[in-house]
Structures are given as structure tokens and as C-alpha cells.
Design a protein around this ligand. Structure first.
Ligand code: COA
Length: 183
């Protein structure tokens, strides 16, 4: 089984991936107002300070409980949090699932693509994962581009794979593998 380690703060000159802090509440509040983020995550659909702090505490708990690694995406210059990224352990040894979101005001600036690049490089390298996979709804073109620009390979369509609210959703599965990265 992959032993779970926290990465050091990851950065590329523009974006920093680092642990969530209680001072990041404004980011959770903005995410709560997005129509898509609360549907597929535990971001509270009705934001309160208490619910926001509980969200941040849950991200730390994912590591202490051994579920995975859940970090904030921040602007490297200001350190202001603008999004979230996680690598969650799948049941198969050595496999992680990647998930991410960016608050609406910070989108289309390449931030998700940079954060996915940092997390993938670390995950398949020092993080010790053999495979990182992503499940994406077919109509989520932004997320598909984020993965494709990071060299994730589309493997197929998982039909009726997820429940989102009251509906069943198909999911595309994408992956990057360490064996390919090393060659
Ligand atoms: C998906 C999401 C994380 C993208 O974040 P982002 O920071 O705006 O993405 P980037 O700026 O890094 O864009 C990466 C690529 O996607 C493209 N893109 C971004 N938004 C797009 C949109 N709405 N439609 C089509 N393409 C889009 C960009 O043009 C870029 O493509 P390129 O490499 O060809 O130039 C963001 O839209 C989001 O948080 N959505 C809601 C939550 C979600 O869907 N999470 C993913 C679940 S699988």
C-alpha cells in the first residue's frame, strides 16, 4: 500500500499548493456560491463561518484519517487561497484520484492547470503513486482541458457511475501513470 506523505509546499512561480488555513474562509465562501462546486464536493451549499471552518477541518482530517491529501491552491505572490486540490486514495494500492476546483473569480488564468501539474508531478514522483486518475463529467470541458493539457490520457466512459444530487451521471476516466512519466 502507498504510504501517505504530505508534500512540502509546491510552487511554480505563479501558483502555490499548500495546506488549508482557517484564514482561507473567503475562498470557501466564494466556492459555496458556485453552482457546480457544492454538488461534487463537501463545500457547503449554504455558507456560514461554522460550515466554512468545518470544511477546512475536514481537509486536514483526510490526511490524519489516511483517506488522502487535500490542499489549498493559492496565488504564490499574495498567498491568497483561490481553490482546492486533492489526491484521494483509491482502493487499489498505488492509485490516487485527483480532484480540484477554482473559485469563479480566479478561473481561466491557468491556475487549475498549474496546480494539477504540481500535484501530478509530486504524486507520481516523491508521492509514490503509480497511477493518478480523474473522473470527469463529459460536459465539463474546462476540467477535461485541465487534464489534457497535463498529459492525462482519456481511457473511457464509466456509465451511470455517480450520483450527483438526484441524478445518475456518466464519468469519463482519465489517467497519468508513473511508468510513462519515467520513460
Ligand atoms: C474546471 C476548473 C477547475 C478549471 O479551472 P481554471 O483555473 O479556470 O482552468 P485553467 O485556467 O487552468 O484552464 C485550463 C484549460 O481549460 C480551458 N478552459 C477553462 N475554462 C474553460 C471553459 N469554461 N470552457 C472550455 N475550456 C475552458 C482553458 O482555456 C485551458 O485550456 P488550454 O490549455 O487549451 O488553454 C474550474 O472551471 C472549476 O472549478 N469548475 C468547477 C469545479 C469542477 O468542475 N472541478 C473539476 C471536477 S472533475
Amino acid at each position: 500500500m502507498t504510504s501517505l506523505t504530505l508534500p512540502p509546499p509546491l510552487h511554480d512561480g505563479t501558483v502555490r499548493v499548500r495546506p488549508w488555513r482557517d484564514t482561507d474562509l473567503a475562498c470557501v465562501e466564494q466556492a459555496a456560491q458556485d453552482h457546480r462546486i457544492p454538488q461534487g464536493t463537501t463545500v457547503p451549499a449554504r455558507y456560514t463561518t461554522e460550515a466554512g471552518l468545518a470544511y477546512i477541518a475536514r481537509q486536514h482530517a483526510r490526511f490524519t484519517s489516511g483517506e488522502g491529501i487535500a490542499l489549498a491552491i493559492a496565488d504564490q505572490r499574495t498567498d491568497q487561497a483561490v481553490g482546492h486540490i486533492n489526491l484521494m486514495l483509491r482502493p487499489q494500492p498505488g492509485v490516487a484520484g485527483i480532484g480540484y476546483w477554482i473559485v469563479p473569480a480566479a478561473r481561466r488564468q491557468g491556475i487549475a492547470a498549474r496546480a494539477v501539474s504540481l500535484a501530478t508531478t509530486w504524486g507520481l514522483g516523491a508521492g509514490g503513486f503509480a497511477r493518478i486518475e480523474a473522473w470527469v463529467e463529459p460536459d465539463n470541458h474546462a476540467s477535461r482541458r485541465v487534464l489534457e493539457t497535463n498529459g492525462y490520457l482519456r481511457e473511457g466512459l464509466l456509465r451511470s457511475f455517480f450520483t450527483i444530487g438526484t441524478r445518475r451521471a456518466d464519468m469519463l476516466v482519465y489517467s497519468r501513470i508513473a511508468a510513462e512519466t519515467a520513460s
